[in-house]
Design a protein around this ligand. Structure first.
Ligand code: HEC
Length: 166
């Protein structure tokens, strides 16, 4: 009887230990994967001369990049726009934040450049002319996709504002 109880307790402890160990390993794996994926992404973007990106990521930065990348604003992260722009509606934060928040581009571009977003995007001026001709070159399909993403970000921003969450 007594033995049986000890055995059961021993088992309970072993099983709990294993479960804890497995959970810990899963977390370790996730961190390592985020570090690998984020480092690869940032290295790729740095090769394209996207400014302001750290040479070496801390684990927290790697986790942040991974989170932003897997969220709704993932496209802006993958393409490197987030090197210079926040996209706050999607929680995308730029390290350098040289340019304006892209959540507002659709209305802001009219104030800033006196042009509709589409016109600006087809023939960008200023920094974006340099970015598009030298850092981030786009096929016509990608150019069209970008316009869709920018409009969606603005629509999502407006919706969040109307709902009082932004
Ligand atoms: C090297 C930094 C840099 C990168 C990378 C970059 N931008 Fe920009 N962008 C700027 C700056 C700076 C401006 C502000 C206008 C200016 O100074 O000419 C701007 C302006 C814009 C505007 C007009 C916004 C407004 O509110 O008037 C849009 C739209 C835009 N960028 C989209 C993008 C997209 C989409 C990407 C990724 C494909 C991108 N940018 C990548 C620096 C950058």
């Amino acid at each position: 009887m007594r033995n049986g109880r000890i055995n059961r307790m021993t088992w309970a402890i072993v099983v709990a230990g294993l479960a804890l160990g497995a959970a810990f390993c899963a977390r370790e794996d996730k961190s390592a994967l985020a570090m690998k994926r984020s480092t690869e992404l940032i290295e790729g973007l740095r090769k394209h001369q996207i400014p302001g990106l750290p040479k070496v990521l801390t684990q927290a930065q790697a986790d942040d990049v991974e989170k932003m990348r897997s969220g709704e604003g993932g496209w802006f992260v993958e393409k490197g726009c987030f090197g210079c722009h926040h996209v706050t509606v999607y929680g995308v934060k730029s390290f350098a934040a040289i340019g304006p928040d892209l959540s507002l581009a659709q209305e802001d571009v009219e104030k800033r450049f006196g042009k509709k977003l589409e016109e600006f995007w087809k023939a960008p001026v200023g920094t974006m002319m340099i970015v598009r001709t030298q850092l981030i070159k786009m096929t016509p399909e990608e150019e069209a996709e970008a316009l869709v993403k920018l409009r969606k970000a603005y629509a999502d921003h407006q919706a969040a504002k109307a709902a009082g969450t932004k």
